[in-house]
Ligand binder design. Sequence first.
Ligand SMILES: O=c1ccn([C@@H]2O[C@H](COP(=O)(O)OP(=O)(O)O)[C@@H](O)[C@H]2O)c(=O)[nH]1
Ligand SMILES: O=C(O)[C@@H](COP(=O)(O)O)O[C@H]1O[C@H](CO)[C@@H](O)[C@H](O)[C@H]1O
Length: 301
Amino acid sequence: MRRRTSSVADWPVGSLVEAKGDVSVSVVLPARDERETVGEIVQIIRRELACLVDEIVVIDSRSTDDTAVVAARAGAAVHAQDDILPELPPLDGKGEALWKSLAVTTGDIVAFVDADIRKFHSSLVSGVLGPLLTDPTVAYAKGCYDRPFDGAPNGGGRVTELVARPLINLHWPLLSGFVQPLAGEYAGRRSALERVPFLTRYGVELGLLIDLLDLAGLDAFAQVDLGSREHAPQSTEALGGMAGQIMLAAWSRLRRQGKIESWHVPSPCLDQFRRACVGHEIVSSDITIAERPPMLTLTTH
Ligand SMILES: O=c1ccn([C@@H]2O[C@H](COP(=O)(O)OP(=O)(O)O)[C@@H](O)[C@H]2O)c(=O)[nH]1
Ligand SMILES: O=C(O)[C@@H](COP(=O)(O)O)O[C@H]1O[C@H](CO)[C@@H](O)[C@H](O)[C@H]1O
């Protein structure tokens, strides 16, 4: 990965506009209950990257607040996740939102950006577009950054450090050069993204790395240092569920690659504990993930 690692300073917007030519670019924001941040992110992209970005799409992922209204008011095209491909049984979470975004966008390049970013800067988008707009052999570019947490400049990326990075080093060492394998800011060529399955919920990022490695090889990957990215951190309990989903994602790929016995089926239930008046309360959650097929298999029928 060292050969294909650059920094945002290597991709000034002016040079990308020249390189863009007639290549179209879609930016997708998966958003569940992000009314506090989604509007400003959309406005900044519209204001600063109008010359690079042809469409901004927010996938409203079953928000319980007015995320969709805020995003539309800011100028994004908004689609409710469950309204896309309604003939299919709806599935859950971020991975479902990202997969379905392929059905409602047209860009030759699709960039994904989390909608919960604080102090958003447009280089989080232009940076990951850089390698794809300037090198036709690059299929997928992943952002990396410092992860401020709890007032410190680093410390975020808890599931990355405690779960994803060890799993990747143990089982997919070719991917160990990614500084932030779970980063939510990345971009890919539609021609590649439509040829890989998407794992649902929080399995999507790990699944895409593994499946794109199989499809296109490590030489098709790039990584861009985007500086720093701050977002709304989830609770440790919530990240426990995310970690479980990512472990199930890894298990699904290990099984598919014949690295573990297929008879072993992990439990999709996670039991966590909260202090109660007497003893502890058990909080059980379903960490099941599912898989959508490559979008191309739908559109070529
Ligand atoms: O069911 C979901 C869960 C998350 N997200 C979005 O995916 C991005 C990353 O999710 P989250 O912030 O929950 O993960 P974290 O960044 O805390 O790891 C955010 O824009 C969320 O709104 C989504 O669209 N649907
Ligand atoms: O990197 C991580 O450990 C998690 C949690 O980050 P924090 O500990 O809340 O900073 O965040 C990422 O993981 C999710 C699952 O892949 C992605 O969907 C998020 O975009 C990414 O922020």
